[in-house]
Design a protein around this ligand. Structure first.
Ligand code: GLC
Ligand code: CA
Length: 560
């Protein structure tokens, strides 16, 4: 299946996110790697996806799972080599799968050559000016220069002595202290990232996921200002917050777009930007990155009203910019969707997760059912759908990772207020049994629970009605059914049921409620996320074509 030169291939693509360290280990060191991905290309092809997005695989000490990059133009030796990367890319392209890599422009790691130079250099030197170094406040400079908060620590400033520096300055890091922020007012930094983008695009990489795209430009005018605290991510619409979503950041992406457009087909990009929907559209405009993650469903309950309004807003905003929207139910930063939907919406998820899931019961089956119904709904919408590895198996969050095995700085650096993101990053189960359930020949770098076996690729393959086969059928159909980016809503007799169709007569109905919903007369059944029913009685698993009643937490696709 050769790749086309269609420059719009990404607009309604199905993109599968791979967390390489936890996908497949080829050499028994407990860490997933590039050769592991190569060995599973048949599996990826069996999913009928258009592209994969690779979480950072660059050399890194893993202070933040790999979002602390030592060298942007290399592969971590624990994961493989550049030659293996090229082999993987070529083989994926052969089966029609494109590749996104993750670009982390806000910060490097503290082991990056430039940061090491900066720490060794004098204040005011060119080497320090690639990062954000400042003198502290207080009589002896013993206090951080501003009140800027870090996502992983109380302050975004660390004293240089913590990194071996001898000049009594502080450096800025919006994330962990091992993730120093670049100074994006420095042309050398801008040029180095153009070089990185070109490096990967020249190798044939098709797209880029841009990490923390809203934070690169800060107000660095002197004297530095404290940040006015806004609740949540509600930064001002005027684009003049000290740290986030500043108007100037768009100059960077316009320059990137000019580079992307020199390729055929043009390289594509997707922004990770935690900003208000009205501001998100700038990142996704065709003059800039082209697309941005739409994270609204990550916060939504399994609820018809919430889904409906998010869908309407997202489609409207994207259309106004000439972009297509994205649909995301989970990623490497989120509690897995099956788990979110298996938990009563009133439960405080953070406290629950910190209790290892002991304070409230988790309805595992309902969670998987609802997450699969939601996945089939978003697959049918106009736009681009992202799936995070393991969602196609119906994996739940792993809740009981022992404290001494936690890797996530979100927990370790942040007064242990949040147990962190390891629970969705546990190595995938490929087989029913065996050490690390087929992930590798030895252990897995994060502990896998005993229930992983029954959720393995082996256990679910060929089993009608399993989450994996439900996804496979849905994704194969989706590829054939893709229609112009339009949607028509149809009225339903139950407010907890959503029904829309696409211009080619592809109908999608999702039942968010507790009653059965009669969909007689809509069209021929193509597929459903779970068994259908007749007069409230379930048909056999896999015999989806015979019922006309849509059970709770189920999606059906029909052809009118
Ligand atoms: C993004 C990533 C997250 C990482 C952070 C810092 O939000 O998704 O995993 O910790 O950026 O790079
Ligand atoms: Ca390995």
């Amino acid at each position: 299946m050769a790749l086309t030169l269609d420059k719009n291939w990404w607009r309604q693509a199905l993109i599968y996110q791979i967390y390489p360290r936890s996908f497949k280990d080829s050499n028994g060191d407990g860490i997933g790697d590039i050769n592991g991905i190569i060995s599973k290309i048949d599996y990826l092809a069996s999913l009928n996806i258009d592209a994969i997005w690779l979480f950072p695989f660059y050399p890194s000490a893993l202070a933040d799972g790999g979002y602390d990059v030592d060298d942007y133009r290399d592969v971590d030796p624990k994961l493989g080599t550049l030659a293996e990367f090229d082999e993987m890319l070529a083989k994926l392209h052969e089966v029609g799968i494109r590749v996104f890599v993750d670009i982390v422009p806000n910060h490097s790691s503290n082991r990056h050559e430039w940061f090491k130079e900066a720490i060794a250099a004098e204040p005011g030197s060119a080497a320090r000016n690639r990062y954000i170094f400042r003198d502290g406040k207080g009589a002896n400079g013993e206090l951080p220069p501003t009140n800027w908060p870090s996502h992983f620590a109380p302050s975004a400033w660390s004293h240089e002595s913590t990194q071996g520096g001898k000049h009594n300055q502080w450096y800025c890091h919006l994330f962990a202290p091992e993730q120093p922020d670049f100074n994006w007012d420095n042309r050398e930094v801008e040029e180095d990232f153009l070089k990185t983008l070109k490096f990967w695009a020249d190798r044939g990489v098709d797209g880029f996921r841009i990490d923390v795209a809203h934070a690169l430009k800060k107000d660095l005018s002197e004297p530095l200002k404290d940040q006015h605290r806004y609740p949540g991510y509600e930064n001002p619409l005027t684009g003049d917050d000290v740290l986030f979503d500043r108007n100037e950041v768009h100059e960077i992406y316009k320059e990137w777009r000019r580079l992307f457009d020199t390729y055929n087909p043009p390289r594509v990009a997707v922004a990770e930007a935690y900003v208000r929907p009205e501001r998100l559209v700038h990142y996704s405009s065709p003059e800039e990155l082209g697309q941005a993650f739409n994270f609204q469903l990550l916060e939504a309950d399994f609820n018809a009203h919430e889904y409906r309004s998010i869908i309407d807003i997202s489609l409207r905003e994207a259309k106004a910019q000439g972009s297509s929207t994205t649909w995301v139910l989970g990623n490497h930063d989120q509690v897995r969707p099956a788990t979110r939907y298996g938990l009563h919406p009133s439960v405080d998820r953070l406290r629950w997760k910190n209790s290892d899931g002991t304070t409230h019961p988790l309805d595992r089956e309902t969670g998987v059912k609802a997450a699969t119904a939601a996945a089939m709904l978003i697959m049918a919408l106009p736009g681009c759908t992202y799936i995070y590895q393991g969602e196609e198996l119906g994996l739940h969050e792993v809740l009981d990772i022992p404290e001494d095995q936690i890797q996530d700085p979100q927990y370790l650096r942040n007064h242990k207020v949040d147990k962190g993101r390891d629970g969705c990053r546990v190595p995938l189960p490929w087989t029913r049994t065996g050490s690390s359930f087929g992930f590798g020949t030895a252990h897995a770098h994060l502990p896998q629970p005993s229930w992983f076996g029954e959720k393995s690729v082996e256990a679910e393959s060929g089993v009608a009605g399993s989450t994996l086969e439900t996804f496979r059928t849905a994704l194969a159909l989706r590829k054939k059914l893709i229609a112009p980016e339009e949607l028509t809503w149809h009225e339903t007799s139950d407010a907890k049921v959503l029904h829309f169709s696409r211009p080619n007569g592809w109908h999608c109905i999702t039942n968010f409620g507790r009653n059965f919903y009669d969909f007689r007369g809509v069209g021929t059944i193509l597929h459903s996320s779970g068994p259908l029913a007749t007069k409230g009685i379930f048909t056999l698993h896999g015999m989806a074509t015979s019922g006309n009643d849509l059970p709770p937490a189920t999606t059906v696709w029909l052809q009118a």
